[in-house]
Design a protein around this ligand. Sequence first.
Ligand code: GLN
Length: 443
Amino acid sequence: AALGRIEAVEGQVDAFLTVTADEARAAAERVDAKIAAGEELAPLAGIPVAVKDNICTRGVRTTCASRMLENFVPPYDATVTEKLEAQGAVLTGKTNMDEFAMGGSCENSYFKKTKNPWDTSRVPGGSSGGSAAAVASCEVPLALGSDTGGSVRCPASFCGIVGLKPTYGAVSRYGLVAFASSLDQIGPFGRTVDDVALLYGAICGHDPRDATSKNAALGEVRGEVKGLRLGVPKEYFGEGISPEVKAAVYAAVERLKGLGAEVVEISLPSTDYALAAYYIISSAEASSNLARYDGVKYGFSGNREGTLNDLYLSTRSQGFGAEVKRRIMLGTYVLSSGYYDAYYKRAKLLQGVIGQEFADAFEKCDAIVTPVNPTTAFKLGEKCDDPVQMYATDVCTVTVNIAGLPGVSLPCGSDAAGLPIGMQVIGPRFSETRLLSIAKCYE
Ligand code: GLN
């Protein structure tokens, strides 16, 4: 059914870079055989799952939507894909994204632009836009994305589905192609909170192959908000947020109040500086992580006739797109001597301050409610020529990554044109069960 649906709508949505139809059919047949034999089934048995193309899948092309990795076929699985397979899930394909997960609209892919299923003249959000669009258009019930500064939550919000950015360390990053290692987390998409909980429960937990991973587990998601204190930070409802988004999120808070939550106003004063800190830290780490694409070891290789420098230059000039180059340049700049103290060091100081402000806020409340995106999905091409405008769309999501917290994005209404609006619920580290419970109660 999933493959049939992909065939029917993929021409309009363009969510996938690779569809693994034959492998998926074979996997489904194996599940059928188990059912026929009366064998016990694993929790995800036979469920189609799509995986963002920056997560390694053994034997299946993993491109990061980059020319640099156009023909890269990993010889190993990421921990998450290994876990999915062990639980019986069926991989249906690899989804489109912004190149190396750098972007907020899915337009930075080397291969194609994914469309928003609600209005195909609009973006699905990014960078995990392919995964979000695949779930929203019912091509698959579940998908994995990655979130460094909002890349699961933003597309979930633009596409009207549920997305979870787990606590830093809750899900293994082994086999996730690194963008900014101290911020990256893999996260699940689904159309319901239960679906997201099912997928999160399947992928979380300690992994000896990721030194930053922790022994996270999901408890029972009951759908309760009674007695919980919800913080509403005024800094997240400022000038740049559209009136429709504000109204929808405020209305959602009112509804949660009606369901038994206590609402408290809180303040996170350093929010204004979070975007700057995020783009400094993430670009610094990206410039280091992407140094490995040199045309020698694997991936695209440029001019092999000249000197080693000629090889580096041609490989990286031709292999990377404009946004990736911009990040590498920004990153090397903020790390270079003379600028390190002025930019990188100050951004890292600010990271500490933002983390502390969240810790203080969680003395007063159990979870925080904010918008996800400042607006609903924008038109394809609208922000392509203005990187700063594109970066500004991350204003509500980057703080969660900076502080290593979990955040869930869930639908809470629509604008006048019928485009989905999302709300974000943020909690203390490893409060995924609570966050999903609040989301389920709202849903
Ligand atoms: N839009 C943000 C960026 O471009 C976030 C991307 C992400 O979370 N991978 O960096």
